[in-house]
Write a protein that binds this ligand. Structure first.
Ligand code: ZN
Length: 309
């Protein structure tokens, strides 16, 4: 195995995956202030809004206000998540305020049923139409597969099932597939094999993204394992915010500041200013009025010069 080198693309999903799982409603103005800070860290991609029904996820019901008012420098790819055709129709009313549309389903029947109340086949059929609509609207289509590394209800999720879903989504137009370790069940050995085999089974132009949660503290080990398999695209959430509506106890995404610190120390580039990112996480701590669990937020960036004194 050779050392990973080059550029790593990070998508900040805190304003969506992170905020979605906050029980107390965050004021739209506060969201906009946090998004403004995040957008100035050099992060190349942000997932900022969801078109899941507002009565299902009230925290993200202000998607229209967030999208139309977010101050995001041009060049930062703005992404929204849509659950179905109705969600896409709602999103397209705000066309021009985002670049990329993410659709999602789970690789396990029981998680998909609990999360979106459909079978995998029903989801796939609907998402194929949604992706067609995204392509038709001239937007960047991508798809995410939850519970790709294991399901909290079913246990093992066969790789071939995840691969078949990925192929179907690519066939429907997705140019990027995200693989979610939604409840933190993946281990590094599994992850290296997974991304090596998935890469071999999909067209080379399709981007593969790892979406790890740090539920059991294995998130960054899994990042390293994915890097070894050639994966260079990761989702992460500032402050380690995030989770999943089902089941309870499914905690945060990997923390963006921990991910950035690790890959910078490894000599990889992200374009992100770690100090600025920590500033954004400090601000979200103040907004949420509680300490967050990202390690680098607590410890600060490594300062080799000072350590040498
Ligand atoms: Zn997630």
């Amino acid at each position: 195995l050779s050392s990973p080198a080059g550029h790593v693309s990070i998508r900040e999903v805190g304003p969506r995956d992170g905020f979605q799982n906050e029980p107390e409603l965050i004021d739209t103005e506060e969201k906009l202030a946090l998004i403004r800070m995040l957008a100035r860290t050099g992060v190349p991609r942000m997932e900022i809004a969801s078109f899941v029904r507002g009565d299902v996820i009230p925290q993200l019901a202000d998607a229209a206000a967030v999208l139309t008012r977010a101050e995001i420098p041009s060049g930062v790819e703005r992404s929204v998540i849509v659950p179905n055709e109705r969600g896409l129709a709602d999103a397209l009313e705000l066309a021009g305020y985002f670049d990329d549309v993410n659709v999602f389903l789970s690789a396990s029947e029981s998680h998909n049923e609990r999360n979106v109340n459909r079978s995998i086949d029903q989801s796939l059929e609907a998402l194929e139409r949604v992706l067609e609509g995204v392509v038709g609207a001239g937007l960047r289509p991508r798809a995410s597969i939850s519970t790709a590394f294991g399901c909290p209800y079913e246990g093992e999720v066969p790789f071939r099932r995840v691969a078949a879903l990925a192929q179907a989504l690519v066939g429907a137009g997705a140019v990027e597939i995200g693989f979610g370790d939604t409840t933190g069940m993946a281990n590094p050995s599994q992850v290296t094999t997974f991304f090596t085999d998935m890469r071999a089974g999909l067209p080379p132009e399709v981007e593969l993204t790892a979406h790890f949660h740090n539920t059991r503290g294995q998130g960054l080990a899994n990042v390293y394992a994915a890097l070894l398999a050639g994966c260079r695209s990761f989702d992460a959430s500032f402050g380690e915010l995030g989770g999943c509506p089902v089941p309870a106890g499914a905690t945060g995404n990997i923390a963006t500041e921990d991910l950035v610190s690790m890959v910078h120390e490894m000599g990889l580039e992200t374009g992100i200013d770690l100090h600025a990112l920590i500033g954004a996480s400090r601000a979200v701590q103040r907004t949420l009025n509680r300490p967050l669990t990202a390690h680098t937020l607590v410890a600060g960036p490594i300062d080799w010069h000072r350590a040498a004194l």
